[in-house]
Design a protein around this ligand. Sequence first.
Ligand code: UD1
Length: 378
Amino acid sequence: MNTVISVVGARPNFMKVAPVHRAFRYYAGSVRHLIVHTGQHYDDKMSKVFFEDLELPQPDVYLGVGSGSHAEQTARVMVEFEKVVQQLRPDLVVVVGDVNSTVACSLVAAKLRIPIAHVEAGLRSYDRSMPEEINRIVTDALSDLLFVSEPSGVTNLRKEGIAEGKVHLVGNTMIDSLMHYMEKARRSRVMEDLGIEPKSYMLVTLHRPSNVDGKESLEKIVQFFEDFADRVPTVFPVHPRTRKMMSEFGLLERALRIDRMKLIEPLGYLDFLRLLQDARLVLTDSGGIQEETTFLNVPCLTLRDNTERPITVDEGSNILCGSNIDSARPHVEAILTGRHKAGRSPDLWDGKAADRIVSIVADTLKNITASAMNGISV
Ligand code: UD1
C-alpha cells in the first residue's frame, strides 16, 4: 500500500483537492490518501464550510499554523509538516496552487527526498511583487510531477528548463469541482436571503495586497462603489484581510453606508457558486474566479496589471483592467449596456482533470515501488 499526502492550507486549495480526493477512491486498494490541513486559513468561513460543502473528510492531520508574516507562516508550516512527513513516511506529496502552505510543504518534501506532485503548475504572472509568484517558481522547481491547467503553463515551464517528461497538461481541478457542484449550488437560498434577482447584480471579491493594503487604492475602491451601486446592486463578500484593512483605514463605516451594496461575510463554496452563475458581472482580483467566470461565460473584470491565467483573457470572458479601479469604469458601463466580449471554455476544462492526475500519480507510484524493490534509488 502506498501513502499519498495532499496538502491544503488556504481557501483556494480546498476546491482543487476535493476532486483529487474523490479520484483516489478508485485506488483505495493500493493508495492510502491522507489530507493534511496546515491551518493557514482557520476561520470557519474561510475553511470549515468548504470541507462541508465539498464533502471533504476531516483532515487526517491539522497543523494549526494560523496567520503571520510570510516568513513566520512559511516557517511554521515547515516545522510542523516535517514532523508529519517523518512520522507518516508518504510515498508522494501533492501540493496545489500557490499559497504559502504550497511552497512550505514542497520544501520539506524535497529535502526529505519525497516526490512532489504540483497541481496547477506552470502559471506565471512574471510579477515577483506577488508573493504567489515566488511560491509558484520555487514549488515548480522542486516538483517531480507538474500538472498544468492551460497551455501557457507548459510554455513557461519549458522556458525554465523543466524536463518535458515531468510536465502534464491535464486541465483544471477547480473546474472539476465547479462542474460537480453546479447543480447542487442551484439549490442554495443565498439569492433569496440577499433579496437579489438573477442577472441583475455585480459580484465583487478583492483581497490582494496590491488592492487592499494601501489606503489610497482602498479609498478609490469605496468611492467606485459609491458611484456604481446605485446603477447595479452589488454583493461584496469581504475577505478578512480586506475587512481588517478597511477598518484600519477608517473606511469600513463608509462602505457599510453604501445603499444597494451588501458588504457580507465570506461565503461558503455552494453559496458563492450560486452567485457566480447568475451574476451580471464579476469584479475580482482572485486567480480562481477568473477561471470560474471563463467556464461559466460570465463577464469578469480583473483588477490587476497581469494575470498568470492568460487563457481567461485570450479565450474566456475575462478582461484585465489594471490595478487602478478607475480603469474598470468604462468596462462596467459597457457591460451594463449589454456589451461584453463572448468567451469560450478552454480545452480539457471538462471535469476530468483530477482523474487524469490521479491516474498519472498511480502509475508513478507503481514505478517507484518497482524500482525500490529492484534496489534502484529514484
Ligand atoms: C492567501 C494566499 C492567496 C490566496 C488567498 C485566498 C498566500 C501568500 N496568499 O492570502 O494567494 O488568494 O489566501 O484567500 O498564501 N485571516 C483571518 N482568518 C483566516 C485567514 C486569514 O482572519 O482564516 C486574516 C489574518 O488577519 C491574516 C490575513 O487574513 O493576517 C491574511 O491571511 P494570509 O493567510 O496571510 O493570506 P491571504 O491574504 O488570505
